[in-house]
Design a protein around this ligand. Structure first.
Ligand code: DQA
Length: 147
């Protein structure tokens, strides 16, 4: 069965509670369920994770090299500065969809640059929790070579 890793970075465990005016009121647990539903419809399965630790985030990307058919990732603040995360994404040879709840390009100057986007297959930003369903649906299609 097609396997999609959905990997979330720092502070995303606080979704629902954290700056709801920016990130919405949907919790990460609810987003996980949305991702599972979309994947199931596409005949795929999701391995959904979150960490506040950069090393763990990178280890999971390495694991995806062997175990995933596509990756959806929200690198959160790592997006803007972590060349280590960008290089781990670069080392993947499966499709990678970068997702952000907010439109990072319409926010503070420091958020407008993603070091991950140049090595991602696609980017979804500004759709809130719905962005994850769009990203997972796209990842399923890309994994099956339909993208
Ligand atoms: C975010 C945007 C980042 O700038 C921020 O650090 C996050 C969440 C988003 O999903 O909109 O933690 O990745």
């Amino acid at each position: 069965m097609t396997k999609i890793f959905v990997i979330n970075g720092p502070n995303l465990n606080l979704l629902g509670d954290r700056e709801p005016e920016v990130y919405g009121t949907t919790t990460l647990k609810e987003i996980e369920q949305l991702c599972r539903d979309v994947a199931r419809e596409a005949g795929a399965e999701v391995d959904f994770r979150q960490t506040n630790d950069e090393g763990t985030f990178i280890d999971w990307l390495h694991e995806a090299r062997q175990s995933a058919d596509a990756v959806v990732l929200n690198p959160a603040a790592f997006t803007h500065h972590s060349y280590a995360v960008a290089e781990a994404v670069s080392a993947l040879d499966v499709p990678v969809v970068e997702v952000h709840l907010s439109n990072i390009y319409s926010r503070e100057e420091w958020r407008r640059r993603s070091v991950v986007s140049p090595v991602a297959t696609a980017v979804v930003a500004g759709l809130g929790a719905r962005g994850y369903t769009v990203a997972v649906a796209a990842a399923c299609e890309l994994a099956e070579g339909k993208g």
